[in-house]
Design a protein around this ligand. Structure first.
Ligand code: ARG
Length: 572
């Protein structure tokens, strides 16, 4: 159990006993060293409820609690905070345990869950663009974190592969002879077909007929459609592989997969007594949401022409995910503009009994990527930025950084490092932001060895590894002793890894892990400045202890970055 949770439980029990009702100890890492290692803030609220003086309440807690196995001292501060200073030998023992496993102190709380992570999910009619980058990166990190904690993660790439645009595309494919070379640039292909569609009424009509044919299962149409999808998915897979994202063809379960379920969804909504008609369309009224006339919102599941909608497919997908996959938790990683859509379909699914009550449906929204002008990120010419171009630029820029630091490097080594640093920088820049907000995409900031960036973290890792190369045969690790204040601070920080990972899993906020790693690297730098490791006058046990600290920091950075989908390098 991580230390914060442990303290929370032990203090929580006593606080609750005194208050006579369940109370939270509200333990957190102290914001300043003079407040101890941890601080409990729960006495104020508990005292308020017990209608006593908070300081007196805290004194009562200190009288009753026995934390002598963990803490050296407990002090009351301010109106009723409890500052906790941990025992050095307790910290050392915890570090020894942390070092023994690859999980680095993380453990699975409670039961392992089956978690569906719905992410990336581009529309296959067009090429992937930056809008799908955030979903892909964030979803990948969440999947890795949940898996690391022992959950069974089912990745679902809910691609848009079914809809009116496909009629237009298939029609154009026929017209141009269906050459796959013309599909090498999907963006071009889409634009050209759209132009035909807009300019030629006859073309538009046959396109519409084509959708109907496709959706009613016409073999020729289906074959052409499949060919188109294969090419488009191939483009996506190239991007996933370059990004090092854990997504394969097997994870693709697009909108078309649910086609046959859509009439059943409508029928079952009817059976559940929820289906209503309005202007020929069928749907569900939601009192919780209001339309512009302040009436209950009508969420359409079938249009008057019989066509189904995005919401209908999501309802079918939810049933599949809970019924067939047996998910207990479903995460939907999309931009925040889809917030209302998900809130509404969640409500409908729960009300219709499509999803058992214990299943947690969570929209994981993110903000927009902005250019340095504060507007949505675009190319100089104002077009959408293609994902591949972005990846190319990331590696080129990282290559320049590598050359500037190491002019003599071979081309081959440079290329390998540039890919790892460039892609890492791109991912980290995204993941280190609170995902809910928009963020400004700035190359110079992300591909830099200074600040909370991937290159900085990768460099910190490589520097530690170089210590081990220097130590050569005399690199034995020994028992960790936290004698110096910087050693103690570093040890304390190391032990907070499990808590950071737990928080990411709980809140689906990868930035918590980035901040943690950045703080860890900071604590390491202070340690390294004041605590020599390899100098001749360092006693052998001290050297072995400090090497063990270095090793644990390197492993924690490597594992932490790995959970974010970012690789490390032994040398940079
Ligand atoms: N294809 C959608 C888009 O590009 C995202 C799908 C997200 N997942 C879902 N189950 N609706 O915006």
């Amino acid at each position: 159990m991580n230390i914060r949770t442990l303290l929370d439980q032990r203090l929580g029990e006593v606080i609750s006993a005194i208050a006579g009702e369940p109370c939270d100890a509200l333990v957190n890492v102290s914001s300043k060293p003079q407040f101890g290692d941890y601080q409990a803030n729960g006495c104020m609220a508990a005292a308020k409820r017990a209608k006593t003086n908070p300081r007196a309440f805290a004194e009562e807690v200190l009288k009753k609690i026995d934390l002598s196995d963990i803490a050296d001292s407990l002090e009351i501060a301010g109106p009723g905070f409890i500052n906790i200073i941990l025992r050095q030998d307790f910290l050392e023992a915890q570090l020894a345990t942390m070092a023994t496993t690859d999980a680095l102190g993380c453990e699975l709380a409670g039961e392992a869950q089956t978690v569906v992570v719905d992410f990336s999910s581009p529309n296959l009619a067009k090429e992937m663009h930056v809008g799908h980058l955030r979903s892909t990166i964030i979803g990948d990190a969440l999947g890795r974190v949940l898996e690391f904690l022992g959950h069974s993660v089912i990745r679902q790439n809910h691609v848009g592969d079914w809809g009116t645009q496909f009629g237009m595309l298939l029609n154009y494919m026929n017209e141009t002879g269906g050459e796959t070379t013309t599909l090498a640039n999907l963006e071009e292909f889409y634009r050209a077909s759209k132009q035909r569609f807009d300019e030629d009424e006859a073309f538009a009509t046959t396109s519409r007929e084509m959708v109907v044919k496709l959706q009613s299962g016409d073999a020729d149409c289906k074959a052409a459609w499949q060919q188109f999808l294969d090419i488009s998915l191939g483009h996506c897979q190239t991007a996933y592989d370059r990004l090092g994202v854990k997504l394969t063809k097997d994870d693709v379960r697009g909108e078309s997969f649910y086609n046959d379920d859509l009439p059943i969804v409508v029928k079952d909504l009817d059976t559940a007594g929820l289906l209503k008609e309005s202007d020929g369309a069928r749907g569900v009224f939601l009192d919780e949401y209001r339309n512009k006339d302040d009436e209950p919102l009508f969420v359409i599941v079938q249009k008057s022409d019989g066509g189904y909608l995005y919401a209908t497919t999501d309802l079918a997908a939810m049933r599949f995910r809970t019924g067939e996959i047996n998910a207990q938790r479903i995460l939907y990683v999309t931009d925040s503009r889809q917030g209302d859509h998900f809130a509404q379909v969640f409500l409908i699914a729960q009300r219709a009994g499509f999803v058992p009550e214990h299943v947690s449906l969570e929209h994981v929204p993110f903000g927009m990527m902005l250019g340095d002008d504060g507007k949505p990120f675009k190319t100089r010419a104002g077009g959408t930025v293609k994902l591949m171009d972005l990846l190319d630029e990331a590696t080129t820029r990282a290559g320049d950084l590598v050359t500037s630091k190491n002019p003599g490097i071979t081309d081959e080594a440079r290329e390998t490092i540039a890919a790892i640093v460039g892609i890492g920088a791109l991912k980290y820049a995204d993941l280190s932001q609170n995902r809910a907000s928009d963020y400004v995409f700035a190359w110079d900031k992300m591909i830099s060895l200074d600040g909370n960036t991937a290159p900085y973290m990768q460099y910190a890792y490589a520097r530690i590894r170089s210590i081990f190369r220097k130590a050569a045969s005399n690199a034995d690790l020994g028992a960790i002793v936290l004698g110096e204040p910087q050693e103690r601070a570093l040890g304390n920080k190391l032990l907070q890894f499990a808590e950071a990972v737990d928080a990411v899993a709980r809140s689906a906020m990868p930035n918590v892990l980035c901040s943690y790693l950045f703080e860890l690297a900071g604590a390491y730098m202070s340690f390294y400045e004041s605590c020599p490791v390899l100098k001749d006058d360092v006693a052998p046990e001290t050297r072995a202890s400090r090497l063990a600290l270095c090793d644990l920091v390197a492993r924690t950075i490597q594992t932490g970055l790995g959970l974010l989908g970012i690789e490390t390098l032994e040398q940079m």
